[in-house]
Design a protein around this ligand. Structure first.
Ligand SMILES: Nc1ncnc2c1ncn2[C@@H]1O[C@H](COP(=O)(O)OP(=O)(O)O)[C@@H](O)[C@H]1O
Ligand SMILES: [Mg+2]
Length: 317
């Protein structure tokens, strides 16, 4: 197949009010996004940003108000039946599992839905239980599982049909840190198998550690799509300059410079934060002219970019 694994073109989704006191919600506002084959793509944004809405549209559960999207070349509305067999969906939390059934029975049930043969279903379930480290508890009821175990079973469920494209919606929500780390390394293995993954999360660390690229989304609008490291470039105004040995009067002059947001001093070293594009050059020139050569510039972390763009709404650092 040519083209991206997931192509989103100008998708808008509006929720019209059902009762008088409800307001109209534009959950997605002309969202466009391409995810190449084999990429782990993060969809990072606070609660209410529109992440789940996009995941639902891509997994054919919800229809967009306008725009179109394709998964492995198939239109998610017109060719929904072709999309379903090639995708796997993993929702966070504890929905979608049958608590009274064992882990193995849950997987076999899903195997049947994917129309695998009886023997294929059994071997696939065993394979996946091994893969997610649940063989010991496979024949116990899901209600006895820890949160992390339920989540791993969820992932196994998403893989029953051998999906080439996986949609993971907040998969590590509520997991303890160790379980979350193990889960993330599993995601890495899936990438190794050439699968394409869209990972919706409000967790910066998760986005930064597992994703090849990250799309920042807030209030239904995409703010930026970049690799976690280069996202810093998006806000060059946030650039910082660390200097050693700058005399106090020079720092005062820098502080007064237009475009300089702050100058802080600690242990003889100063950090200058730049708030406007192009200011870094003027700062550097002043420093060099004054004979200060111990200078280091750096870009903000994804976390700083996020805080800057989105503020602290629903932020999980
Ligand atoms: N079925 C629905 N009816 C009305 N509003 C909805 C519905 N589903 C989601 N929304 C609204 O759409 C916005 C985006 O929600 P959602 O996609 O769940 O965000 P996220 O997953 O990023 O937290 C929110 O304002 C939410 O309240
Ligand atoms: Mg959500």
């Amino acid at each position: 197949m040519k083209g991206p694994a997931v192509a989103v073109e100008d998708i808008t989704r509006v929720f019209e009010p059902r009762r008088k006191r409800d307001t109209r919600v534009v959950a997605l506002d002309r969202v466009s996004l391409d995810i190449p084959l084999g990429e782990i793509h993060g969809l990072l944004g606070p609660n209410g940003a529109g992440k789940t809405t996009l995941v639902k549209i891509l997994s054919t559960v919800l229809v967009p108000t306008s725009g179109r999207a394709r998964v492995l070349g198939h239109d998610v509305v017109a060719e929904a039946r072709a999309v379903r067999p090639v995708i796997g969906i993993v929702f966070g939390g504890e929905r979608g599992l049958y608590w009274r059934l064992t882990g193995r029975q849950n997987l076999e049930y899903w195997g049947a839905l994917y129309k695998l043969s009886g023997s294929r279903t059994k071997s696939r379930a065993q394979e996946l239980l091994e893969r997610v480290g649940l063989t010991d508890r496979a024949d116990e009821r899901v209600e006895t599982y820890s949160r992390g175990m339920k989540q791993r079973l969820h992932l196994a469920r998403g893989l029953v049909g051998d999906a080439k494209v996986l949609f993971l919606d907040e998969p590590t929500t509520g997991m303890d840190p160790i379980a979350a780390r193990e889960f993330r390394s599993l995601i890495g293995e899936l990438k190794g198998e050439g699968r394409t993954i869209l990972l919706a999360t409000h967790d910066l660390v998760e986005a930064e550690t597992v994703c090849d690229r990250v799309t920042l989304i807030d209030r239904g609008t995409i703010l930026a799509t970049e690799s976690p490291r280069t996202l810093g470039h998006v806000i060059s105004r946030f650039q910082r300059i660390d200097v050693e040995g700058a005399p106090p009067e020079l720092l005062e002059r820098l502080r007064a410079l237009t475009g300089v947001a702050s100058v802080s001093v600690a242990d003889g070293a100063a950090r200058i934060e730049v708030a406007e594009e192009g200011t870094t050059g003027s700062v550097l020139k002043l420093l060099v002219d004054a004979g200060v050569t111990s200078v280091k510039t750096s870009l903000p972390s994804l976390e700083e970019v996020y805080v800057h763009l989105i503020g602290d709404r629903g932020l999980d650092i």
